[in-house]
Design a binder for this molecule. Structure first.
Ligand code: ZN
Length: 260
C-alpha cells in the first residue's frame, strides 16, 4: 500500500481524505465529482477502507488485507450500502434513498462507520434528493439531541421538525437539483452536470451547518446547551433529550431536587 492509496491522479483528494480519517474529522458526506471513468468509485471505496480498516499501517491508511478492507473492496461489507439506479441510465428512486436512511440510523454492525455509497448520484430523481435532504436533517437533529417530532411549522408528524429544518435548505439545495432532469435531456449535458456538482458541494457543507443553524434558530448558546444549567432551571427552554451527566453521578442536592 502506497500513501496515495494505490490510486493515481487523486493525490490531493487522498491527502485530504486520509487526513480526515487520521484526525477523526471525517464529515457526514462527501461528493466525488468528475467525468465517467475518472475513478470516483475507486476513490470512494478506498476512503471507506481507510475509515473501517482494523489494521491500518499508518494513520489514515488501510491495509487492504483485513476482513473489513476486503469486504469493502468487494462492495460486500455489512456496514456498507451501495445504491445506484436499478437500470443503466435509470433514475435513483426515492424509495432507495429512504431504505438507506433507515440503515444509516442503525449502529454499525461490524465496524466503526456505516457507509452509504450513492453511485451516479447525478441520476437521482429530485424527490430522491429531497428524501436525502430530510435524511441528513434527521441525522443532525437526532445527533444534536432534538426531538424529530416536535416541529414548529409542521406539526403532528413523526418527523415534523425534520421537515421544518429541511425546508430551510430546500430552496437552496434541492430545488436547484430539479434541473437534474438532465437525464431527460441531452442538451449541454456537461455544463449541466458541472452545475449539479457545485450544488452538491454545497450540500456537503450543509451538513456542518444544520446543528449550528438549529441552535441559532432556537437561540441556544452552545455553551448553555452543553452545560445544561439553564435548561434545568427553565422548563420551557429547548435542550438535549438526555442528561449530559452519566446516570448515578447526581450530588445529594441534585437528587433531592429531582425527587421534589
Ligand atoms: Zn484493513
Amino acid at each position: 500500500m502506497t500513501d496515495n492509496w494505490n490510486l493515481t491522479g487523486h493525490d490531493w483528494a487522498v491527502d485530504m481524505l486520509s487526513r480526515h480519517v487520521a484526525n477523526g474529522e471525517a464529515r457526514h458526506a462527501y461528493l466525488f465529482c468528475g467525468p465517467a471513468g475518472l475513478g470516483r468509485r475507486s476513490l470512494a471505496l478506498a476512503f471507506a477502507q481507510a475509515l473501517n480498516c482494523t489494521n491500518p499501517p499508518a494513520p489514515g491508511q488501510f491495509c487492504g488485507e483485513c476482513r473489513d478492507c476486503k469486504q469493502t473492496a468487494a462492495m460486500q461489507h455489512p456496514d456498507m450500502t451501495v445504491i445506484q439506479a436499478e437500470a443503466e441510465g435509470g433514475t435513483l428512486k426515492v424509495d432507495q434513498v429512504r431504505a438507506v436512511q433507515h440503515a444509516l440510523a442503525l449502529k454499525p454492525y461490524q465496524s466503526k462507520y456505516r457507509v452509504a455509497l450513492f453511485l451516479n448520484f447525478q441520476d437521482a430523481h429530485p424527490s430522491a434528493a429531497n428524501a436525502l435532504l430530510n435524511g441528513l436533517c434527521h441525522t443532525a437533529i437526532v445527533s444534536g439531541g432534538y426531538s424529530p417530532a416536535l416541529g414548529f411549522i409542521h406539526t403532528g408528524k413523526q418527523l415534523s421538525f425534520v421537515y421544518d429544518v429541511a425546508d430551510l435548505y430546500k430552496a437552496e439545495i434541492t430545488v436547484p437539483l430539479a434541473f437534474q432532469t438532465v437525464a431527460e435531456s441531452t442538451d449541454k449535458v456537461e455544463a449541466r452536470v458541472r452545475t449539479a456538482c457545485r450544488e452538491k458541494f454545497r450540500e456537503a457543507k450543509l451538513l456542518d451547518r444544520i446543528l449550528p443553524d438549529i441552535d441559532s434558530l432556537l437561540q441556544i448558546d452552545p455553551e448553555t446547551f452543553v452545560e445544561g444549567d439553564d435548561f434545568d432551571g427553565d422548563p420551557a427552554l429547548p435542550g438535549p433529550l438526555w442528561d449530559v451527566s452519566p446516570l448515578g453521578t447526581m450530588s445529594d442536592e441534585e437528587s433531592e431536587e429531582a425527587a421534589e
